[in-house]
Design a protein around this ligand. Sequence first.
Ligand code: ADP
Length: 731
Amino acid sequence: MSLANKLALERRGRLAAERLLELKQAELSAANRKLGRHAAALQGEIVETRAEVENVKTENERVKTELGQANQKVEIAERRLWHSVQTITDGFAFFNSDNRMIAANSSYLAIFDRLEIIQPGVHYVTILQVLTDEGIVHTGKLAAQDWREMMTERWMQPQPEPITIRLWNDQYVKLVDRRGQGGDIVSLGLNITESVEHEKQLKAARAEAEAASRAKSAFLANMSHEIRTPMNGVVGMAELLGDTGLSEEQQLYVDTIRNSGEALLVIINDVLDYSKIEAQKLQLHPEPFDLERCIHEVIMLLQPLARDKKLTLLVDFDLFLPTVYVGDPGRIRQVLTNLMGNAVKFTSEGHVLVRVTGVPDIEGGRADVNIAIEDTGIGIPEDKIDHIFGEFNQVENDRNRQFDGTGLGLAISQRLVGLMDGDIWVTSEDGVGSCFGFRIPLALSAAGLPEHPPVPEGLRRVLVVDDIEANRTILRRQLEQIGLGVVTCANGVEALQNLAGIDLVLSDHNMPEMDGLELADAMRTQGLQTPIILLSSNPSFAANDPGATHLHAILQKPVPRADLFARLQSVGPLITRQEPAAPETPAQAPRKMRVLAAEDNKTNQLVFRKMIKDADIDLKFAANGVEAVELFQSFAPDMIFMDISMPRMDGKEATGKIRAIEAETGEHVPIVALTAHAMDGDDQGILECGLDYYLTKPLRKSEIHGKLREFCPQDALPPLPDMEVEALQTG
Ligand code: ADP
């Protein structure tokens, strides 16, 4: 090869090497640039990470400090808690869910007397074992083994019941164990020795006190019996001695002996009763009794005292309330005597009113009876109201001091009313008067609803003369209830001007201006023969008055309804006797419409009576068909309301008999059937028997009023106010 070729080859090789070098240099600088960029990025990251590390370091430091502080606090709290637990005198321990002790305070451990085995980690069953083995606990009637079993079983309960154990040294520990959520158990051992001892002492003291109380009651009962026997002799003999014609001075001495004796008897009785109630020996003896009569009997006893003080005694017994109940009449009378006696005692002028109200539950055979005794006496200061029901408590002031008394009456009354499941209360205004009330639930007697005798023949209109309005109102309501017309006057003078058409005068005795006896005198002087019944708080005094000859009767005031009605019966013949003279009196007042209602059921009678209470009619009731036929003949009703189903003779048969009697006279009395049967076709059966109309029960007031208006005869007074007024009342 030529040199030139060689040179050219060399040159080409050199150029190729130069190109390669250039290429490599370019690659190298690109790689350098990339490396530079990467290094720069890394540098940034390093700075950032350093900052983060710095941050974490600070945070770490802070957390460390806080954790240290928290730890310190926890330690303090734990120390304090444990310190507290250690200082409490009751035992305190807790166990883990494997029933091993975690910790216990020194009180808990104390009973084990530093036995090494009893320390954290010990099993509960081992503790029980130690308790019995070492004789630390009295297991009572149970053998040690049984006691441990019983205690283990209890411990295993989800929530063990507290139990009291007795230790060897007669200390009593009540174990209260509570299971927590994780199964841990907190166990408390409360030392209750003191309360157990106290309870024992109390029991002993109570037994002692009861024995003493029984002895006291027995002593009081014996003593009061012993004292009462000779006292009866003293009082009885003093009374007999009083009737033997003594000088005035001797009479005074005898009266004093008797009054003091009686006062002493009252005190003895009070004390005896109270001790009986205290000893829970007092038993109630329920029996049927007439409450209204019972109240009047108490009034009779109080009447002499009331009369001396010129007080009026009034009774307002709810007309629609039954009077016969099943209860302990003796004890009810005792409460009434206490309350009414106080009312009379603490009242120097005015009146004492006994108001009896209540809601009978006829179906349930019971009634809640409220009895309130209102007086116009000295009253009771407000701050003493509760005090007076306490034993031997009285209002301590000058006014009260003038009155005798033991201060036991209200305490006894409150206990008695409580025994009868009732309650007692009082409202009072100092210087104005008091109202003592009590409520007792009573069973209705079989003879539950008040029964009144029929109004005597010929008796239609009664004149009531009394200066006290409450009395006039009560009498008016009682008389109107049995269908009589009533005119009231406040005094004798007024009465003399209102005698026209009056069949009977019912007059109070003592009245201002003209009293009842003077009124009787004046009537007879005027030639009026109208019968007069005098109501007096002192009948024997009235009977000795010359004017008493004009009287038909003298009744003790306030008069029980039953007595008043019975007395009205005796007036009947007097009125009939006068009747022949009647035609000579041209201006005779028109008579009332006569209505007969045959109804056997007392409640229905009551309902019927209530519905026609506004009607001015002469009403009689027959309790069965036989009576209805008899009354049809004797009473000559203008119309008859006839119940269909009745005992002895039913309404259909009675109507048949009445129609048969009428067949001879040619008369026809309208008969309205009252029937509970509202079935189709019933009306036909009823009408076929001779009844004219029928009304279905429950009765409606407007229908009954309608029939009264329809059948009122020309010569009778209109039975009801005009239609407009009626519409207002019923609508
Ligand atoms: P006593 O009447 O024997 O004192 P009570 O227990 O019956 O005992 O009554 C206690 C007291 O209550 C009476 O002393 C009297 O102060 C007061 N008190 C009772 N009833 C009345 C009353 N109707 N009016 C005023 N005070 C009364």
